[in-house]
Design a protein around this ligand. Structure first.
Ligand code: SF4
Ligand code: MG
Length: 326
């Protein structure tokens, strides 16, 4: 089976109680019916503005959150409802790296112990063998064994992200959820980390879900890209196709916001300015969630939610413009 991960109609709603007796509830529809597959060895990019549900999707897949509904099929097994105790064996196969490596690294532990922790938790090795694995991992991510005795604050942002990656690799995972791993880094460092992730993928046969808030870097690492808006996937296509012929008005706006090196390039379209912020996922607009910011919005967009349809082979989009008579 070529499919490593399949997410089917995944929903993650957060319900908060308030009022004196907790009698009122608010439901945040953070992830509201998302479906996609990731093939073995592939990188699926997941892109959208903050609050679109991309991080929540990643965190729900690794079961940092309980699933509201839907299925998460990893390597043929539905892990959406298994107990946290059973989830342990999947934590060995599925790892996550985070946007802020400093927050995710324990500042009072040496780098060696930070990387060694998952090795201990999963009983992978002890003593000298454990030490060798740690040194090896440090070298794999472009650091060296002298770094094992130092503390996170002694490293730059890019180096800390390398430490986070080494830690994720310590359990020999198959699948890594990269949650904006380069967003907090200097632009000059971003490409280095992306290149390293790609090298590691090739050497170790890894599969990635790569989450990002804009489309500028994901193109280089992703085979396919999904675009999310307010809890839903609005477009999904091969990376090149998405860049060359974006279908959804939201994707078009995101792409037009990427600075093009040559301003006279023929492909340079007009910049589409997205007015306003993403509406609240507590009360998303009816019909098409994007309609309040869409320059093509029609009457039907308010009434009917557009279906996520295959508009050409392996290219999916959810917009009424694809089905209305022209
Ligand atoms: Fe715009 Fe309507 Fe398409 Fe939504 S369905 S993206 S509002 S044209
Ligand atoms: Mg995020």
């Amino acid at each position: 089976n070529d499919v490593l991960l399949e997410v089917k109609n995944l929903k993650k709603h957060f319900i908060s109680r308030h009022g004196l007796m907790g009698q009122h509830t608010t439901t945040v529809q953070a992830v509201d019916g998302v479906s996609f597959k990731i093939l073995r060895g592939e990188t699926l990019g997941l892109v959208g503005e903050s609050g679109c549900g991309k991080s929540t999707t990643g965190r729900t897949i690794i079961r940092l959150y309980d699933v509201t509904s839907g299925e998460i099929i990893f390597d043929g097994v539905d892990i959406s409802r298994i107990k946290q105790r059973e989830m342990r064996q999947y934590r060995k196969k599925i790892q996550m790296i985070f946007q802020d490596p400093y927050a995710s690294l324990n500042s009072r532990m040496t780098v060696g112990d930070i990387i060694g922790e998952p090795i201990d938790i999963h009983n992978i090795a002890k003593g000298e063998e454990r030490q060798k694995i740690i040194w090896n991992l440090l070298e794999r991510v472009g650091l060296n064994k002298e770094h094992a005795n130092r503390y996170p604050h002694e490293f730059s942002g890019g180096q800390r992200q390398r430490i986070g990656i080494a830690r994720a690799l310590a359990v020999s995972p198959k699948f890594i959820i990269c949650d904006e791993p380069i967003s907090a880094l200097d632009v000059s460092i971003q490409a280095q980390v992306v290149n390293m992730l790609q090298d590691l993928q090739n050497e170790l046969g890894l599969t990635y879900l790569f989450i990002a808030h804009d489309l500028s870097m994901v193109k280089h690492i992703s085979d396919r890209i999904g675009v999310m808006y307010l809890g839903k996937l609005v477009e999904l296509a091969n990376a090149d196709e998405l860049y060359d012929s974006p279908n959804h008005p939201y994707t078009q706006a995101l792409l037009s916001a990427i600075p093009v090196p040559d301003p006279d390039a023929t492909k340079q379209g007009q910049r589409i300015v997205l007015e306003g912020d993403v509406p609240s996922p507590i009360n998303p607009p009816s019909g098409c969630h994007f309609r309040t910011r869409c320059r093509y919005a029609m009457d039907i967009c308010k009434e009917v939610e557009p279906e996520f349809l295959e508009i050409s082979p392996n290219h999916f989009s959810a917009c009424h413009l694809n089905t209305i008579e022209k």
